[in-house]
Each structure stands twice: as structure tokens, then as C-alpha cells.
Design a protein around this ligand. Structure first.
Ligand code: G3I
Length: 366
């Protein structure tokens, strides 16, 4: 047998795959269907999109936007020092550009997951580091990244900080002024970029969601009053069916941001399936029902701009690496060894009921 160069490349790409090749079920072009409903649809992805040809094809067939999941985060760019390594991010941005995907960078500034060297600096140095990071990163990708989560998850009241703000080096160094400062720097660094403030837990009516929602709205209102350059807000949408929720109420809440002149993004949609039974068929059905329950009111929110899923497929579920998630399955009486079925395509990239639920929500809203 003669191996061609192309054959060799295909064989080495296949060797990287941890899963069997996808069975070639045709995927509906959700990006196109969502466009007819007036919204941008896409998915988070990271380096795996460059090495897994099947996954890459699924992304390109279905998405109009792509969120770079991790490689643009401060701790991924600069784990050991301020100079950092942008090579992975560069490759992902080049990929997005090559294929006409509108890219979102997430996240420039987040009080979680900061590297130890940053935490050891003085307040003055941390403030300077923030400016430097925003300016260098945004200038590097100016015109090539459509939107940025400039600040991610500003609130976490359970931590007990004044005003309910999330603790971490940026807050400790600058107080809450770090947020306004970050947006002003970002607008100066790339005046054409869309600047988003991304928040978690607002879709749930437990203690966390109830505490964050009013604080987040009041804070954003204040930013707008002060003329801070902010174009939109992101609600993550990591849905947790076992917690109290009222998605009609959530949609009415999100509409209040539209009234402030902001675009609304659902930025990280998926369903935590830890409270569901082990049986995969039942789980898939329940995950899909949760998507329908959420998406139906959400599609009525004025200025709804984008729906981004936090991975298209279970093949790359971020829940696989989250210890708290396995603990939750155990507590719910499930088998912690079971694979998460938290996303829209299965491990083999075949559409699941949640995919069809998303599609139906877009079709109905057209
Ligand atoms: O790649 C290593 C793997 O080799 C190792 O075996 C494994 C063991 O822990 O870790 C793997 O790296 C993990 C990486 O995700 C890839 O799965 C990191 O430890 C882990 O810190 C990292 O977590 C990311 C997390 O943000 C923290 O940055 C998740 O991928 C990412 O999906 C998640 O995304 C966040 C959003 O940015 C903000 N909203 C919440 C969302 C979910 O937590």
C-alpha cells in the first residue's frame, strides 16, 4: 500500500482522536436557522478544534460565531509571568478568521483563576498589569476579534465582599473601579470591538441567583449612567434544573438590560445533568426539555444578539474535569463514572434531542 502525504496527514490526525470517528449524520445548519430568527449562533471551542478534524467540521457546518473558551484567559496566556505566550491564541484567531467565524474573546479580566505571580504583586503593579494586558491583547487582535468579555463574573455575594463583588486580585487592587477602568482601556485599545460584561447564575432562583440579579442590574445601570463604553451583557446559561428557576422571569429581567440600550447575549448555554437519572435516553430527553423551557422565553427578549453554547458536543464537555460536578452526581445517587450528556451533539457528534430543541426554538421564533 502506498501512503500519500495527504493519507499520512489524515492518519496522524485520526491518531489524535480520543473517540471513534463521527458517524456522518448530517447536521442542520443551526447558524443559518438562528440567523433567520435574528440571532447569531455559535459555540465555544479551544485547541481541540485544530486537532480534531471531525469536531472542526461540525463547528464550521453549524456556527457563525465562536467563543475562544480558555486560550485567551489571563492564566492561560501568562501562567508564569507577564510576557506570556500568545501562540495558541494566535492559531485559534487565525482559524476563526480563515473560516469567517465572528470570534469572541473570553475573558480579559476575571478575578478567578489568576496566576500566583500576579497575586504576589502590589496593588499599583496589579492595576498597571491590567492596563497592559488589555491594551496588548486587544491591540494584537484588533479587527480580528468581534467581541470581548472584558470583565467576567463581577459578582459572587456568597464570598461576603462589600456590594457582593467577586473577590480576587483585580478587586483587591482597585476596588470596584477596576471594572470601569477595564472598559475604558478596552474601548481605547480597539474602538471597534463589541464590549460585553458577562455574568453567571442569573438564570437560577436560588440564593446565588437571587443575590446577583438585582446587584448586577443596578451596577450596569450605573455604568451606563457614567458613560462607560459597554455594548452588551452576557448571561451564561449554565442551566441547573435541580435549582429553583423561572425562565419567564429571567427573560423579563434580561429585557431590562435591553431597555438600557444594551445587547443581550446568552453566552455559555448548556445543561448540568447531574441531577438526572443515569439512563442516557432519559437524560437526553430531560436536557432537551430544559433547553426548550429556557429558550422559549429567551427568544422573546428584545435586543437578543447571540446564543453561544459552551461546547457543541459532549465530546469536549468541560464538566468532565470538574470535581464538584462528579460530587453532585454522587449526591443525587447517580454513577459518577457516567459521561456527561450536557451538550447538543453526542460523543460521536450526532445530534441529540437538545440539538433539535434548540433548532425548534429558532424555527418557532422566525
Ligand atoms: O487539560 C487539562 C487536563 O490535561 C487535566 O487532566 C485536567 C485535570 O484537572 O485539567 C485539564 O485542564 C482543565 C481545562 O479546563 C480543560 O478542561 C483545567 O484544569 C481547568 O481549569 C479548565 O477549566 C476551564 C474553566 O473555565 C476555568 O478557566 C474550563 O475548561 C472552561 O470551560 C471554564 O469556562 C468557564 C467560563 O470561562 C466562565 N463561565 C463558567 C465556565 C465554566 O466554568
Amino acid at each position: 500500500m502506498t501512503l500519500t502525504r495527504r493519507g499520512l496527514l489524515a492518519a496522524s490526525a485520526a491518531a489524535l482522536l480520543p473517540f471513534p470517528a463521527a458517524t456522518a449524520t448530517a447536521l442542520s445548519n443551526l447558524g443559518q436557522i438562528a440567523k433567520s430568527a435574528g440571532v447569531l449562533f455559535g459555540s465555544a471551542f479551544d485547541r481541540e478544534v485544530l486537532s480534531d478534524a471531525h469536531y472542526q467540521r461540525a463547528i464550521l457546518q453549524t456556527c457563525r460565531i465562536g467563543a475562544i473558551e480558555n486560550s485567551l484567559k489571563f492564566d492561560w496566556l501568562k501562567p508564569r509571568g507577564r510576557d506570556g505566550d500568545y501562540s495558541h491564541a494566535d492559531a485559534l484567531v487565525a482559524f476563526g478568521q480563515r473560516h469567517g467565524l465572528a470570534l469572541k474573546g473570553t475573558a480579559l479580566i476575571w478575578n478567578d483563576w489568576t496566576p500566583p505571580w500576579l497575586n504576589a504583586l502590589s496593588s499599583r503593579e496589579i492595576a498597571a498589569e491590567m492596563d497592559r494586558h488589555i491594551e496588548a491583547t486587544m491591540a494584537r487582535y484588533a479587527g480580528r476579534i468581534w467581541a470581548w468579555d472584558v470583565v467576567n463574573e463581577p459578582f459572587l455575594p456568597i464570598q461576603g465582599r462589600e456590594g457582593g463583588f467577586r473577590k480576587g486580585p483585580w478587586l483587591d487592587a482597585m476596588g470596584t473601579a477596576y471594572i470601569e477602568r477595564a472598559y475604558r482601556r478596552a474601548a481605547a485599545a480597539d474602538p471597534k470591538a463589541t464590549l460585553i460584561l458577562n455574568e453567571a447564575f442569573c438564570e437560577q432562583n436560588d440564593d446565588w441567583g437571587n443575590a446577583i440579579r438585582p446587584r448586577f442590574l443596578a451596577f450596569v445601570r450605573r455604568l451606563k449612567d457614567q458613560g462607560v463604553p459597554l455594548n452588551g451583557v452576557g448571561f451564561q446559561g449554565h442551566l441547573k434544573p435541580s435549582l429553583p428557576h423561572d425562565y419567564q422571569q429571567f427573560a423579563a429581567y434580561a429585557a431590562q438590560f435591553a431597555e438600557l440600550g444594551l445587547d443581550v447575549h446568552i453566552s455559555e448555554l448548556d445543561v448540568d445533568d447531574s441531577s438526572f437519572p443515569d439512563d442516557p435516553v432519559q437524560r437526553d430527553r430531560l436536557v432537551a426539555a430544559q433547553i426548550t423551557k429556557f429558550m422559549t422565553p429567551v427568544m422573546t427578549v428584545p435586543r437578543l444578539k447571540s446564543i453561544c453554547v459552551w461546547h457543541l458536543s459532549d465530546r469536549f464537555s468541560w464538566y468532565r474535569n470538574a470535581d464538584w460536578f462528579l460530587e453532585q452526581i454522587r449526591k443525587a445517587g447517580g454513577d459518577p463514572a457516567r459521561a456527561p450528556r450536557t451538550h447538543f451533539l453526542d460523543d460521536n457528534l450526532n445530534p441529540k434531542p437538545a440539538w433539535r430543541a434548540l433548532e425548534a426554538a429558532f424555527v418557532t421564533a422566525r
